[in-house]
Design a protein around this ligand. Structure first.
Ligand code: NDP
Length: 453
């Protein structure tokens, strides 16, 4: 029997790779090596969810301080110290990176701080030239920002660079209408940057419930973000210290910063996969079956590099399912259904299940909508409105979808997701006694459908 150096070699130390490595080693008894060319923790920890959420918190304070004044506090925001924030942020990321490393070490995983490529179905090679044989290989290399090929695109930055800016700009243009673009438009605006967003489509956050998207977009406009839908950048030009953006609708405007958030691409190039017969899709995504196995039986792939559902908790589940299946003798398929998510715009959008547009196509549906001014901000004299929406199948009475726009929507949707995942009916929601006074109580007190579609 061939003796390999490792039972598993993981390429990529992000959410999916780290989980798979840890479970395979600590619970599956496998000898595991993991190579990471950048910082341990991957996109989520180093240049994604975590620093983004901390920036969201930072950007919410001006509004909260305003509210505090309305509540009687004698306070004033005297300006934002970007350097101080960045230094604390970097320290926090270092702490998390160290925690990831020690978790892996404690599990018995050997870390290689290097880029690795695949030489054959059972051999990987580090950038140093060092080679290891391994029974299984897991590709967990994630994704990277995609910037379209417009003239002057090199003048723009992506979400990778936003956390390292030497100073905050005065005027920023955000290009794109997805999660990252919309979240950063709100963050920059909250931090006092004059913010404009260009999106080529009709409404930002395409794919989410239309009414919820409209609610978020209106709130963003009211907060001072200039959203231009049906608009894209034709070219970017240097204009002294500024960047001039020429847009498809004839707009020409200058900005100090242009952030492209126009999607992400799988990180599969240059790993040596195609030569081995691992099938890649149109955008370079590694093709896998339900068990995350590629066309080469000893090679598996999880997370954004497979471009299934590109969310951290999904990559973690895929990595865990892989380790359970291959190293713990517990065949596990992660099914990509009932996945709630939240967009950390201001206000937040939490979504679970079908949108109204999707439900309409499936059959008769009751649509329950509540839109109201929440107690906390109403008291402070703000016009903010919360949106709560439930979609209920007329036939089965099951709640098919829930969409919440408002402060804490991400927290709310996490819990609603349990009920919807269990197949809760509208009557189950109705039977639930409200927790008062909360915003979430509206979800169990929606009595009459707003419309039936
Ligand atoms: P998205 O796919 O969400 O959005 C990409 C945006 O860029 C869309 O508005 C798209 O327009 C636009 N776009 C794409 N190509 C072009 C182009 N050539 N020219 C102009 N515009 C273009 O990607 P993101 O980068 O925002 O996020 C990547 C992924 O990361 C998300 O899918 C999500 O899964 C994950 N993520 C999750 C977060 C969360 O859970 N809170 C936060 C951040 C990211 P169109 O709609 O017309 O295609």
């Amino acid at each position: 029997m061939t003796q390999f150096d490792y039972d598993l070699f993981v390429i990529g130390g992000g959410s999916g790779g780290v989980r798979a490595a840890r479970i395979a080693a600590a619970e599956g008894g496998a000898r595991v090596g993991l190579a990471e060319e950048s910082r341990m923790g991957g996109t989520c920890v180093i240049r994604g969810c975590v620093p983004k959420k901390l920036m969201v918190y930072a950007s919410e304070f001006p509004g909260q301080i305003e509210d505090a004044r309305a509540y009687g506090w004698d306070v004033q925001a005297r300006g934002f110290d970007w350097d101080r924030f960045r230094t604390t942020l970097e320290a926090e990321l270092m702490r998390l990176e160290t925690a990831y490393r020690s978790t892996l070490k404690n599990a018995g995983v050997t870390i290689h701080d290097a880029r690795a490529t695949v030489l054959d179905p059972h051999t990987v090679q580090l950038a140093s030239g060092q080679r290891f044989t391994t029974k299984h290989i897991l590709i967990a290399t994630g994704g990277r920002p995609f910037v379209p090929d417009v003239p002057g695109a090199d003048l723009a930055i992506t979400s990778n660079e936003i956390f390292h800016l030497p100073a905050l700009p005065k005027r920023a243009l955000v290009v794109g209408g997805g999660y990252i673009a919309s979240e950063f438009a709100c963050i920059l605006n909250g931090l006092g940057v004059e913010t404009t967003q260009y999106y080529r489509g009709a409404q930002i956050l395409r794919g989410f419930d239309d009414e919820a998207c409209g609610h978020v977009a209106n709130a963003m406009l009211a907060a001072g973000i200039e959203i231009h839908c049906g608009t894209d950048v034709l070219r970017l030009e240097r204009a002294g210290a500024a960047i001039r953006a020429v847009a498809t609708d004839g707009l020409e405007a200058s900005f100090d910063l242009v952030l492209y958030a126009t999607g992400r691409m799988p990180n599969s190039a240059g790993l040596g996969l195609e030569a081995l017969g691992v099938a890649l899709g149109q955008n370079g995504e590694v093709k896998v079956n339900d068990w995350s196995q590629t066309a080469v039986p000893s090679i598996y792939a999880v997370g954004d590099v497979t471009d299934r559902v590109n969310l951290t908790p999904v990559a973690i589940r895929e990595g865990h399912a892989f380790a359970d299946t291959v190293f713990r003798g517990v065949p596990t398929r992660f099914e990509h259904v009932n996945i709630a998510s939240a967009v950390f715009t201001q206000p937040e959008l939490g979504a679970m299940g079908l949108t109204e547009e999707e439900a309409r196509a499936l059959g008769p549906t009751e649509v329950y909508v509540a839109s109201f001014r929440p107690m906390k901000t109403l008291f402070a004299g703000r016009q903010d409105r919360v949106l709560m929406k439930l979609l209920v199948s007329v036939e089965s009475r099951r709640v098919l979808g829930c969409h919440v726009v408002g402060a804490g929507a991400g927290e709310m949707i996490q819990l609603v997701a349990i009920a919807i995942g269990m197949g809760a009916t509208k009557e189950d929601f109705d039977r639930t006694v409200a927790v008062h006074p909360t915003m979430a109580e509206e979800l169990v007190t929606l009595r009459k459908p707003t419309r039936v579609i």
